[in-house]
Design a protein around this ligand. Structure first.
Ligand code: ATP
Ligand code: MN
Length: 465
């Protein structure tokens, strides 16, 4: 099959193509005819935001008739000569000598006509929405960030570990966890019968809420590891920053304390933001122009200046002293709500903020208990516009303290025998964190709703496509 040049390559290396025969393939964004017998086609092939302007002759002996049938949404091939454009708005244009129509789009039915569509509407046509500027740009940024995540860790000697998606351990889940079963709901179990006797794993099984515990196993063997994969939480919260299925990056490092963990998280975010600023410039300019006017400033601050680091106790003090009316009350020992997080990062510090040393009662059993015995070595990183994007901690490496924590939190030592054994055999201080890729995407693009930064969002009541 004929293969054209990618429009992104063409714009990057214009001088190499000017005056030469050039072939492109893509989808028509718009077409209009001029009185001078010329047709203008804006062609997009997804390789970049910008469309290539195609100049076609309405009376052309070969393609003149075909041209009449070409509509917005049609998939076409154009071969022609690339020329410097005399018109405003583009530097080059393609003078068509040959056009082929692969697939027509009926203008009476094609939903993406040239006008702005709401994000809500676009979600209902998730099979077509990547052909819009916003969703296309988000997909390209997401791709670049995913690659940068691997680059960052690989350069630092981390090993990529595939932690399981199906798991029988439910350490954080309680009520937020999806069950995995092959039992047929139409055939209920009988009283007294072991409900899992005929189930696939012969015991309760779930979709993972985090790969951390398994990553710890590998960190205590390979030193520095990370997992990066789908993560599932059945949170029944319809917010703009929660999905039922999202992608989490979870590094886990032996011989790292909380300070090292925080330093790594900061370097990580700085690197990802810098990559986006450098390599996704066109897409980010689009977001800054149409989605979030403060975007560029926020990203530059995140890339250049040191994050603010405060303790949970300090955060509570700041919130208590503020004149702000919060809908959730602030009190030491209570979780910080999204509104509190955003107030701290957007209003008080106006840059990313690390919060460390949370109340022991708020955090899971595996976080390392501090000397005050009231707090644990936990950290959250908050960014303007999104709030929390990273949650992490130093892990409890002392076997007696871990047992004590499990007892306090009602976690069965039998179920986590292997986790305890990691503390009995060559235990070391170690730390890690989890970054939600979609929260990072929200921060980097300024897109307000998390449903627009993942190709196919899963939320309560929604698993279409
Ligand atoms: P939140 O309080 O914002 O619901 P969390 O404290 O439950 O998040 P963690 O368990 O710390 O989240 O998970 C680590 C990271 O994973 C979070 O900082 C966030 O970036 C991301 N994350 C967690 N839950 C979700 C979700 N439902 N959808 C998208 N990303 C999520
Ligand atoms: Mn968290």
């Amino acid at each position: 099959m004929e293969k054209g040049v990618l429009i992104a390559d063409l714009f990057r290396n214009e001088h190499e193509y000017i005056g030469k025969k050039t072939l492109v393939q893509g989808w028509v964004r718009t077409k209009r005819d001029s009185k001078a017998g010329i047709g203008f086609i804006e062609l997009n092939d997804g390789s970049c935001l910008k469309n290539l302007q195609v100049i076609a002759e309405l009376e052309h002996p070969d393609y003149g008739e075909l041209l009449k049938r070409i509509t917005t949404g049609s998939a076409i091939l154009v071969e022609g000569t690339l020329s410097l454009s005399p018109g405003k708005g583009q530097s080059v244009e393609l003078r068509a000598e040959r056009i082929h129509l692969y697939g027509w789009a009926d203008p009476a039915l094609y939903p993406l006509q040239k006008k702005r569509h709401s994000f809500e509407y676009l979600r209902q046509i998730a099979h077509l929405r990547p052909r819009t500027n916003t969703i296309g740009a988000a997909a390209r940024v997401r791709n670049r960030l995913s690659y940068a995540i691997h680059q960052f860790f690989q350069d630092l000697g981390f090993h990529y570990i595939h932690t399981p998606i199906i798991t029988a351990s439910d350490c954080e889940g309680a009520g937020e966890i999806f069950r995995v079963t092959t039992l047929d709901p139409a055939h209920p179990v009988f009283e007294g019968e072991d409900p899992y006797r005929n189930d696939f794993f012969a015991k309760p099984a779930f979709l993972t809420v985090s790969g951390q515990l398994q990553a710890e196993i590998y960190a205590l063997a390979l030193g520095r590891v990370y997992s990066f994969g789908p993560t599932f939480r059945a949170e029944n919260s319809n917010t703009s920053r929660h999905l039922a299925e999202f992608w989490m990056v979870e590094p886990e490092m032996a011989f790292f304390d909380l300070k090292d963990d925080l330093d790594l998280a900061q370097a990580f975010i700085k690197k990802l933001v810098t990559v986006a600023l450098n390599d996704c410039r066109e897409d980010l300019e689009f977001f800054a122009r149409f989605i979030e006017p403060e975007l560029t400033g926020r990203l530059q601050t995140a890339a250049e200046s040191a994050f603010e680091v405060i303790s949970y106790t300090e955060a509570v003090d700041i919130l208590l002293k503020s004149a702000e009316q919060f809908s959730f009350p602030v009190e030491w020992g209570h979780d910080l709500q999204a509104e509190h997080e955003r107030y701290l990062t957007e209003r008080v510090f106006r840059k990313p903020v690390g919060i460390v040393n949370f109340p022991r009662s708020l955090k899971p059993f595996y976080m390392r208990v501090n000397d005050d015995e009231k707090t644990v070595a936990a950290m959250d990183i908050l960014v303007p516009g999104t709030g929390e994007i990273i949650g992490g901690s130093q892990r409890e490496e002392r076997p007696e303290m871990l047992l004590e924590q499990m007892r306090l939190k009602g976690i069965s030592a039998d179920d986590y025998k292997w986790y305890l054994e990691l503390r009995q055999f060559g235990s070391v201080p170690h730390s890690g964190f989890g970054l939600g890729l979609e929260r990072l995407m929200q921060f980097v693009t300024g897109i307000p709703n998390i449903r627009e930064v993942i190709p196919f969002p899963r939320t309560p009541g929604h698993a279409e496509f």
